[in-house]
Design a protein around this ligand. Structure first.
Ligand code: KIV
Ligand code: ZN
Length: 387
């Protein structure tokens, strides 16, 4: 089995479904350009049946970006599939992504149909989509609350109908890694290489990245994810976390993606600028604090050897530099380092005085800017101008 894992980015579809994250057509095109630089394999540009804007976004992105597969979402409804096909008509590498729920819960409460009815609709929808495009992906919505036996029945049937990719979403972020790996692994085995198996994990329990990794270990070769992990409710698997887990832990996860990792931080920043919603400071890989060190022991270790407290170089993900934050937990080493950066040469006595004043100031506020540190150093040196 190949060790290449394909990255299906759904920032422009599931991602924009998160509260307050919707994008205009122009914004989607701008983000799509960055996703191309990032070298994603597939980008889901929208749900054409949902709005005219989504239709136009799929149409424009499909025509403008020829080197990447552009997917459009469609429920297993004739109208949705025809609308998706229309939006993709001029795309260079189109994919129709059609879905129907397969879990007893969704079938009885939401769709009010039997499993047999859903199976028939799924097969007919895939056949219809195949009349328009070669690449059809089928998703069994709420797969993680569907039995393995039923998932295998659906998967085999849609593959016989022409689906090339079978996606098994953890729609409500309910699964845990070992269980999910077990479930998707059974489908991988049952399909025996006739189609690619894909996963799409939501983050309701904070397990979307771990679940995606477990799935890859079980033989899945497409992972659906979003920049900054945006998406319905608690979001989707974060593209940057998944990709960097494979890269940093290649010793135990011997898989490759095509992602140009120095574009991860720029992509995260661009998305934040476009939607006006940022990530939390401690967000892995792209958060403000992901490469910031405040504790004295950490700063001392970092200054002696970076890898004591950093498992990846910030430049590998496009972050310009690590940061030593001067706060109340900082040690003398960091204060001296900052002062040297700012151009101050201090003797032992001056270092002690500056250090104690810095720590005292940090008790009143959370951390000090370079300017505030410089002011303290200047006062201690009794000068007005930076040396
Ligand atoms: O979460 C989900 O199940 C989805 C499908 C449409 C793939 O977003
Ligand atoms: Zn989803």
């Amino acid at each position: 089995m190949s060790d290449r894992v394909f990255i299906f980015d759904t920032t422009l579809r599931d991602g924009e479904q998160s509260c307050g994250c919707s994008m205009t057509v122009a914004e989607k095109v701008r983000m799509a350009r960055k996703l191309v630089e990032l070298n994603v394999d597939v980008m889901e540009a929208g749900f054409p049946m949902a709005s005219d804007g989504d239709f136009e976004a799929v149409d424009r992105i499909g025509q403008e970006f020829g080197g990447v597969t552009v997917a459009a979402l469609a429920r297993c409804h004739t109208g949705d599939i025809e609308r998706a096909a229309q939006a993709l008509a001029k795309a260079k590498r189109p994919r129709i992504h059609t879905f129907i729920a397969t879990s007893p819960l969704h079938l009885s409460h939401k769709l009010k149909m039997t499993e047999e009815q859903a199976l028939e609709i799924a097969v007919k929808s895939v056949q219809l989509a195949r009349r328009y495009v070669d690449e059809v992906e089928f998703s069994a919505e709420d797969a993680t609350r569907t039995s393995a036996a039923n998932l295998i029945t659906f998967s085999k049937a849609v593959v016989d109908a022409g689906a090339r990719i079978v996606n098994l979403p953890d729609t409500v972020g309910y699964s845990i890694p070992a269980e999910y790996g077990q479930l998707v692994g059974q489908v991988v085995q049952a399909l025996a290489g006739k189609a690619m198996v894909s996963v799409h994990c939501h983050n309701d329990l904070g397990l979307s990245t771990a679940n995606s990794i477990a799935a890859v270990q079980a033989g899945v070769r497409q992972v659906e994810c979003t920049i900054n992990g945006i998406g319905e409710r608690a979001g989707n698997c974060s593209l940057e976390e998944f990709v960097m887990a494979l890269k940093v832990r290649h010793d135990v996860l011997p898989f490759e993606t095509g992602i140009v990792t120095p574009q991860l931080f720029p992509a995260s920043q661009l998305l934040t600028e476009i939607i006006g919603v940022g990530v939390q400071p401690n967000k892995a890989i792209v958060g403000r604090n992901a490469f910031a060190h405040e504790a004295g022991i950490h700063q001392d270790g970092f200054l002696k050897e970076r890898t004591t407290y950093e498992i990846m170089h910030p430049n590998t993900v496009g972050v310009p530099a690590s940061q030593l934050v001067v706060g109340k937990h900082s040690g003398r080493h960091a204060v001296v380092d900052r002062c040297q950066h700012l151009g101050f040469e201090l003797n032992k006595q001056q270092i002690e005085t500056v250090y104690h004043r810095v720590i005292a100031a940090c008790d009143r506020k959370k951390w000090l800017s370079d300017q505030e540190i410089a002011e303290i150093a200047r006062a201690v040196l009794g000068c007005d101008v930076i040396a």
